[in-house]
Design a protein around this ligand. Structure first.
Ligand SMILES: [Zn+2]
Length: 585
């Protein structure tokens, strides 16, 4: 028994080592939608003789199986390493596919599964992503927006009140911890990818734009069914989650090129922040490195363009608006707590930003003009940004905003006879936990140390936020008994108080490059506790965590959402609801 274990461990180590065997993309155990396009690539660890090369797909020569011979690269990236690349291939026969590669000396094989879908069940698919939405944000949003008495919530969140629920595993091809790029890419393509990569398998070459591609659901929806496509967020529109619906790059920071890929793909509705990379470099606020004016390009291509909520309302009111570009800030838009109550962050600079619910309502109006149906991704993306910055109040308010957008969309779908699959999930977790309450009112003892103000177990009791307004938001967060969260952390000064002026900035760049230190802005706050971080010093914020995320679903096709699922299966649920496969003999 021990011997057998050792032998197989050695075999795994050998086959997984890049110096000992070929790397094949798509990777082993990839699941591929019948008819979906992908790039096939073999990376050889050294130079090989093409005459000795043998590549078969279920025993058939690869050029016959894929219908093209592709290109052989003798010295890839000017190194002694060969590669074989085929672009835009597809497989239509379903079942197990074994790919075997031999260079005459060494061989490697991978096994894929090609799957079919049933007949189309849903007219539309709407994917809501709460970026970094943890169960703690969810429970806090429920407490603040519904109220709780004697342990029982006074109401349900729309994101919770769904007929189908599953736990979704989020690991990527390179790590147990996922970022928003490879996570959203798994939802959008059904393939695993690596940190910072979307719509591709991250290969070994230096270029971030030549990696083997996999087709996105937006491409499939347009190409196979003529669906309209909408992408709505409140982060920069070039940020990883929205970009992964369309883009193919292993470098999520390539904003200029992501805008170019958006323009090539022409999603019918594109809304968020991030105007900076649409503006030519000469324009104020631009971050582009060239002179192309993408706002003008979209307008010339027939898009209505809105830069404020007022302009969005005007575009929405036009009956002939079928394509819409909305860019409401140069960077990220502001979250609900700043826009509605505190007026911090970028609100003074961009005072007329729409709420996510208004963006979604406009998107639904425009997209539903397409007779064939639509695919829409909606992201409440600042939950993640605030969680990174240990700004829990802002993260929770944007969870409430997500819930409002989902409730409104469910009402919209119900009025149409429930022809729309609605999915709500996070893309990855944050290591946030709800540990109790922080109690400022400690009776007659004035100098109680900060940590002793954290009420745990029965001392937590219930917080005293004011009753929520009609949209589910309490009017203030600086109450005397408020929710206490834990998180992973960089070095920072802990005040256990909400940040009322601007979103929290726990750290600043240190003297050494790539090292962060506590922001001394809060060092004089009464009772402040300097906290030593529990992360590497080059990490200036809290980080993502690897627990499963919660997926809830309703509408046609949602019955596939159950139990424990992999993130790649979320794509499969959507593909199945739309009947996207093109299976053949
Ligand atoms: Zn993040």
């Amino acid at each position: 028994m021990i011997k057998a274990f050792t032998a197989s461990t050695v075999a795994i180590l050998l086959s997984g080592s890049p110096t000992s065997a070929q790397t094949i993309y798509p990777i082993d155990r990839a699941e591929i939608l019948a008819g979906a396009q992908f790039d096939f690539k073999v990376e050889f660890p050294d130079r090989v003789d093409p005459a000795r090369l043998k590549v078969t797909v279920n025993g058939t020569d690869y050029s016959t199986a894929f219908g093209q011979s592709g290109s052989f690269v003798n010295r890839e990236d000017d190194k002694d390493q060969s590669a074989l690349i085929l672009r835009n291939v597809a497989l239509s026969r379903t079942g197990s596919v074994t790919v075997e590669v031999s260079d005459g000396t060494r061989s490697r094989s991978v096994v894929w599964t090609v799957y079919d879908t049933g007949p189309r069940k849903a007219k539309n698919v709407i994917l809501f992503i709460g970026d970094g939405l943890s169960p703690a944000h969810r429970v806090a949003a429920r407490i603040l927006s519904k109220g709780i008495a004697e342990g029982k919530s006074r109401g349900k969140l729309a994101i919770d009140d769904m007929p189908h629920m599953a736990l979704v595993a989020t690991a990527g091809s390179d790590s147990i911890i996922t970022d928003s790029a490879n996570s959203a890419s798994a939802y959008a393509t059904g393939h695993k990818s690596a940190v910072n990569a979307m719509g591709v398998y991250a290969d070994r070459t230096a270029s971030p734009f030549d990696d083997p591609r996999v087709e996105t659901i937006t491409s499939l929806a347009k190409r196979r069914l003529g669906l309209a496509v909408g992408i709505v967020t409140n982060t920069e529109i070039e940020d990883a989650t929205p970009a992964a619906m369309v883009a193919h790059t292993r470098r999520r920071a390539a904003y200029d090129e992501i805008v170019e890929q958006y323009f090539a793909a022409r999603p019918d509705v594109l809304m968020g922040g991030g105007a900076a990379n649409f503006l030519p470099q000469t324009a104020a606020g631009s971050k582009r490195k060239d002179d192309v004016d993408y706002i003008a390009r979209f307008r010339d291509a027939g898009y209505q363009v809105a830069m404020t909520k007022s302009e969005l309302d005007a575009s929405a009111a036009k009956s002939d608006t079928r394509q819409l570009l909305g860019l409401f800030a140069t960077g990220n838009m502001d979250g609900a707590l700043d826009r509605k109550f505190l007026k911090g962050g970028g609100v003074k600079k961009f005072p007329d930003q729409p709420d996510l619910t208004e963006q979604v309502q406009t998107a639904l109006n425009v997209l539903s003009k397409n007779e064939a149906g639509f695919f829409l991704m909606v992201e409440s993306g600042m939950i993640d940004k605030y969680a990174h910055l240990l700004d829990m109040e802002r993260a929770v308010y944007d969870t409430i905003m997500l819930d409002n957008a989902v409730r409104q969309t469910r009402d919209w779908a119900r009025a149409r006879g429930d022809d729309t699959l609605i999915l709500v999930l996070a893309d990855h977790n944050h290591p946030n936990s709800l540990v109790g309450t922080i109690n400022d009112d400690m009776g007659t003892t004035p100098n109680v140390p900060l940590r002793e103000r954290v009420g745990v177990y029965e001392k937590a009791g219930f917080p005293n936020y004011p009753a929520p307004d009609a949209d589910g938001y309490p009017s203030r967060v600086d109450v005397s008994k408020r929710l206490a969260f834990s998180a992973s952390r960089p070095d920072h000064d802990e005040t256990l108080r909400p940040k009322l002026d601007n979103p929290n900035e726990p750290t600043v760049k240190g003297e050494q490059a790539d090292r962060f230190k506590a922001n001394d802005k809060h060092k004089d706050v009464s009772g402040v506790v300097p906290r030593v971080g529990n992360l590497p010093a080059m990490t200036g914020a809290s980080v993502h965590s690897g627990e499963d995320v919660i997926l809830t679903a309703t509408g046609p096709g949602s019955e596939r959402v159950r139990g424990s699922m992999d993130n790649t299966e979320v794509f499969r649920v959507m593909a199945d609801a739309l009947g996207l496969a093109a299976a053949g003999p």
